[in-house]
Ligand binder design. Structure first.
Ligand code: ZN
Ligand code: ZN
Length: 385
């Protein structure tokens, strides 16, 4: 039986591992690590309702369910629709069917004699909290946040494999989209085509709504694809990702329609230089802030500091935006197993924008880039009449 690292020094098994019928392995490790975090917050139970946290801890992919994790028990409470699925997907959890969720949570907490109960302070609504507090007044409710999210920052090999698959789907879809990017094609049609391509290549869905913005629209970092038709000289920013096995990918490429003018080339070269330098700086021990500063310095020295108004990157996993952040405020230290984006950009109102984004895995000795599409400035449809 696997012992919890927390107790190793004392030679005592983690209470989790003593629960009869529990398996070993990844889920078990995660629960042990979570247990240590719960102890640090002095809570003896944690209620998990956030869908990504719930999936991460239990394996359950359904849309309704609550995890109740205590020192010696882990229950997944769900309704009639999901009982069978939950039993298959979350074998390490005790599955309990409910008709009324609050009553089921109450029972699980009182059964385990819980006193201080943590809940996801940044995800639970005030109304939900008030309901729990009213119905289960025997316990003290404590808003905690980031407990599971901190565990999620470090990816296991199984998770990295899913992210790599999602990244490969996006890479392959993008290269097939390129021949369709000609003057006269619409942003909306191209975005739809990109979605088709990713789904045909096996994506379970999109990691997020595709950004495909041409010409002046490319100056809006989060533009929605609209009716604009691509025309010569347009910069086109495409930011997209696939979802695979629950995990996201995220990449951005910028191309030019027809021939690039000098300003376009100049902007592109600055962003690419900043992106390559920041990628190079990704290594364990660096903070998000330090990596951000590498790109920001290059862009600022080129005179475009004000036009790079967002952070350099973010963690990617079950959610497309998660910890750690690579930004001027990113104080988390990079560790092996983290997957982050590096995506500097310059946005010039009325003209357009350039952003280049890769996914990168932090490794023991540096990093490994997971996005493989070319970053040369492509001039598309230049030979078309
Ligand atoms: Zn992106
Ligand atoms: Zn991103």
């Amino acid at each position: 039986m696997r012992s919890c690292n927390r107790k190793k020094g004392k030679g005592v098994n983690c209470p989790y591992s003593m629960v009869v019928g529990w398996g070993e392995g990844w889920i078990m490790d995660k629960l042990c690590r979570l247990h240590r975090k719960m102890e640090a917050k002095a809570i003896d139970a944690l209620i998990v309702t956030g869908s990504e946290n719930r999936r991460y801890l239990s394996g359950f992919t359904g849309s309704a369910g609550t995890l109740v994790i205590t020192e010696t028990a882990a229950s997944l409470l769900t309704d009639f629709r999901y009982v069978e699925q939950a039993a298959l997907e979350a074998p390490d959890f005790e599955i309990k069917r409910y008709d009324e969720p609050v009553a089921a949570i109450r029972e699980a907490l009182l059964e385990n004699k819980c006193r201080r109960v943590g809940f996801e302070g940044d995800l639970v609504t005030y109304e939900q909290y008030a309901k729990w507090q009213k119905a289960i007044e025997q316990v003290e409710w404590v808003a905690v946040s980031g407990l599971v999210e901190e565990l999620r920052m470090i990816k296991e090999p199984e998770e990295i494999a899913e992210i790599e698959k999602a990244a490969a789907i996006a890479d392959a879809a993008w290269s097939e989209l390129l021949p369709k990017m000609v003057p006269g094609a619409s942003e909306r049609e191209l975005a739809l085509e990109l979605e088709f391509l990713m789904r045909r290549k096996g994506a379970n869905g999109l990691a997020f709504d595709i950004i495909l913005a041409a010409g002046p629209n490319a100056a809006l970092p989060h533009a929605k694809p609209g009716d604009r038709l691509l025309s010569r000289g347009d910069l086109v920013v495409m930011d997209f990702g696939a979802r695979q096995g629950g995990y996201c990918s995220d990449m951005t490429r910028t191309v030019v329609i027809g021939k690039a003018c000098q300003q376009t080339r100049n902007l592109y070269d600055i962003v690419l230089k900043a992106q390559l330098a920041a990628l190079d700086a990704v290594a364990p021990g660096k903070t998000g802030q330090e990596v951000d500063a590498v790109a920001r310095q290059i862009i600022t020295e080129a005179g475009y500091g004000e036009q790079f108004g967002h952070g350099l990157g973010h963690g990617v996993g079950l959610a497309v935006h998660e910890e750690p952040r690579l930004s001027p405020k990113g104080d988390k230290v990079l560790q092996p197993g983290m997957v982050v984006t590096v995506e500097p950009g310059i946005y010039v109102p009325g003209f357009g924008g350039v952003r280049i984004e890769d996914l990168v895995l932090v490794t023991e000795d540096g990093h490994r880039v997971l996005t493989h599409s070319s970053k040369e400035l492509l001039e598309l449809g230049a030979d078309q009449v």
